[in-house]
Design a protein. Sequence first.
Length: 181
Amino acid sequence: MRITGGTYRGRPIKTLSNVAIRPTSDKIRQAIFNILMNDIEEKSVLDIFAGSGALGIEAFSRGAHSAVFVEIGHPQAEMIGYNLKTLSLNAEIVEADYVKACRLLNERGLKFDIIFADPPYAKVTPSEIIEVILEYGLLGAEGFLIIEHKSGADIANDKMIILKNRKFGQTEVTFYVRKKD
């Protein structure tokens, strides 16, 4: 797996081969960042269910100023640290369940311009992620919540607006923004 654009374009991102993670493919990552275009520079990023850290690292490569990575698995968290170190990037890695991590980030008063979520499809739904993000107030007023999920999953939510939805075979990526009060 490689970084698809920006400063670190072409640089490898190491993943664990013996762990049941499903990294976001290069094609999907490139599509996500093509949609974001100039909305990434100088932004703060939260990458939950981070796996290898590919989405957050790609955001750094394209100009994000900060990122926090959330990953429950210790081997995956170590791999994110390794990938960050090889690129001389500094970022926080929270090794915890995403709900606990979101609560901790909220307690610190953090808000993010872009939140990526690539959960295990069979365990966490887009609606569950939206509820947690909104409960803990982590999405900035003009921010994007980008969720990768199984194709055909229920993506409607009365508290968010679907900005874009793209299908890639058995995977879909949905971009949400908050409804204005």
